[in-house]
Structure formats: C-alpha cells, structure tokens
Design a binder for this molecule. Sequence first.
Ligand SMILES: C[S@@+](CC[C@H](N)C(=O)[O-])C[C@H]1O[C@@H](n2cnc3c(N)ncnc32)[C@H](O)[C@@H]1O
Length: 408
Amino acid sequence: MEQIYTIEKLDHQGRGIIRKDGIVIFVENALPNEQVEVQVVKEKKNLKEAKVLNYYKQSCNRITPRCPYYKECGGCHVMHLPYKKQLEWKIEKVKEIMRKFVSSNVPIQEIVASEEWNYRNKATFQVRKEIGYFKYKSNLIVPIETCDLVDKKIQSLLSVMTKLDLNDCSQVIVRASKNQTMVIFQINNRFNQTKMIENLSSYVNSIYIKGKKLKCIYGESYIEEEIGDFLFRISPDSFFQVNTNQAKKLYDIVLNYASVTKEDSILDLYCGTGTIGLYMSPYCHKVLGVEINRQAIIDARENQKRNHIDNAEFICSDVATIVDKIKEDYSVIIVDPPRNGLDNKTLFYLKNCNAKRIVYVSCDPVTLARDLKELKEIYHIDELTPVDMFPQTYHVECVCVLNRRQPL
Ligand SMILES: C[S@@+](CC[C@H](N)C(=O)[O-])C[C@H]1O[C@@H](n2cnc3c(N)ncnc32)[C@H](O)[C@@H]1O
C-alpha cells in the first residue's frame, strides 16, 4: 500500500519538507499541509529528494502556474504559490536564517515587492538545435517559445529566434534596457554572421559573437539604462542588476541606510559598473569603487564621465588582495559580493578599519548570516530589508546596515 506523507513546511529552495524517523525528504512542487505520495529520486545518508506521484490533499494556497514549461524548466521554483504567499515565505525564510545563524534580535523590515512578470532585463537561452532553458538540475534543454519572466523586448526577440537556424551556436544571451536590446551568441566557426545580422538587425541595437573572443558584429558596443537620474552603460560581460525597477528601490535603501553627509568617504566594494557608488556620489565627499571585472571598471569610469561626477575613482582588483593595501580611511563601506559572500581577508579588514558604518547588499541570506555573525562583535546590526529581485524563484536579496559599536 502507498505511504501518504504530510508536508511540514517549505525549505529555503521552495521544496516541501517531510520528516520521518530522523530522515528528511525534500519534495519538489509540494506545499505545507499537502498530503502526498512520493517517489524518491535521489538518496544520501539522512536526506532524500523526491517527486510527487499523487496529491491526496492539495493546499488551498496552490495555484496553476501560468507557464506551460514550469514542470520541466529549472528557472522558476515557486510559481505554484500566489505572489503574496511567495513574499510571506521569503520574509519568513530570511527571519529563520537570521534566527538560526545570527540572533533573534535582527530587526527585519517588510519585504519590498516587485512586479511579478516581465521583470528580467537579461535572459540566457541554451541552444541544442532548438532554443530553450536547461531542464531542472540537468544539461538537457526544454525548448521554449516564451518566458513570462523576461522583458517584453526579450520575449519578442525569442519568438523571432525560435524560427531561425541556430545550429552553429550553443547559447544566446539577451540583455535589454528600457529602449535597447543586445544579443550575444556563443558560436562555433561555421556561424553565419551576415545572415544573423540580416535576420536580427531590425529587432536589436547590438549583436555580439563569442568564440575565442567577444566581438561586436553589429550596432553599438553597449546599451544604456537609466536608474533614477543616472544613465549607465552596460557592456555584454559586465554585471548589471537583473531587475531594473527593483534596482532603483534597492539603491534607495542603500542610500538611506548609508545616511552619508558631505564629510563621508565611501568605499564601494564589488562595485560592478559603479552604479551604487555613483548613485551616492552627490551626497558624500568621495567614492572609491573596487571591482575584479576589467570591462565593468571601464564601464564604471565611462558612467562617471557621462553623469558628470568628479568625486569618484575606480580600481580594478580582487577585493581580497587590495583591502590590506588601503591606507586611507573610509567612513562608510558598501559591500555587494557575489553569492559566496565575503572572504576572511575582507572580513578582517572590515573589523579592523575605521569605518563607522557598513551597508551589506547580499543575494544569499545564508552567506550574509555567516558574515554578520563575524561582524556583529564590532558592529551593531541595526536593520535588514529583504528586497524581492526575482519573483517566482526562491532567491531573495537583502540590504543590511551595521553601525560600529564603539565610537571611533
Ligand atoms: C552582485 S554584483 C554587484 C555589482 C554592483 N554593486 C551593482 O549593484 O551593480 C557583484 C560584483 O562583484 C564582482 N566580483 C566578484 N568577485 C570579486 C572579487 N573577488 N573582487 C572584486 N569584485 C568581485 C563581480 O564581477 C560583480 O560585478
């Protein structure tokens, strides 16, 4: 006879959790209180991963995902939950992680909601004869004709590309700003550039190919985007926040948390194309941005010029190798590291420098919590605001402000 389990709660990746006899089973597409029969698809010591064979009782919160590819495609994780419930779950997840790894006293604000659909300004499509996304946890392709998460200009371009011969490329990246679109083809040497320019030039502002090297074969070498009063240039390989409208809200929170005056010098670590530092530059004495990607630093300097900012400087370097060489004092430090968070050298620097305040922007609450645990000896964690940059997925961005405990 089949065994029926009740889902206890959602884990941090949006999977249902079953606990039985010291074993935890993670179940895709299962919601709290649902009663399910499952099939185990992967097994480790005390952990199993499973899929649902039958729902005996479904949650009143369950909705039918509007995407026809949802079940196979790996891009979205919680489209079977209404957006309001996704937000409730994300804030609960941040609270739980902070309680578990930092303290139950971290003041956590309401999560900042996003538009639910068409929010992504960048899409990475895979090509194996057909164009699509990777199937969940695999290298197989799910062919798609549309994706509701991406900007409408990317949707239109996708529908054009589904009709083209893409045999000589393996990946297509599309980036869009409010008025422009850029496409980057990962190619082999049989790729017909002339044909592709003919096919796409009326739809895009810029076409790049990437074989051994990255090369612009049509139009401008970058696209431009506005955030608030600033105009930023985006090159094919530079980081730019994927949800532009939310980026403005995120930067406003950073600005508010940093609470700088004309006396303050800002160190913007992991600065990408300089966006956060430049956004804050009118309110402070000066800004130094540090970033490892050479092209992003070229963009940052260009962004500085086009926005007529004369109190910012940018250095291309690994943050970990430069922090112990920084001699000058910075009163406010912004950190926005990749998913793996801060390394030990940078944590050491932050603990021993003379900054009065740190604003930490994080795309992974677990590594954020690990780093806050280190920093809280020296800094008081004043407030944390989660920002939803990625509706329909389990990801959540956080901005946190820390103030030095002992006045300098
Ligand atoms: C999450 S992005 C933040 C970018 C920027 N703050 C923004 O809002 O657009 C992280 C950035 O850190 C850069 N990065 C990654 N590892 C780095 C390192 N070890 N040292 C310096 N920069 C690094 C990446 O290239 C990327 O531009």
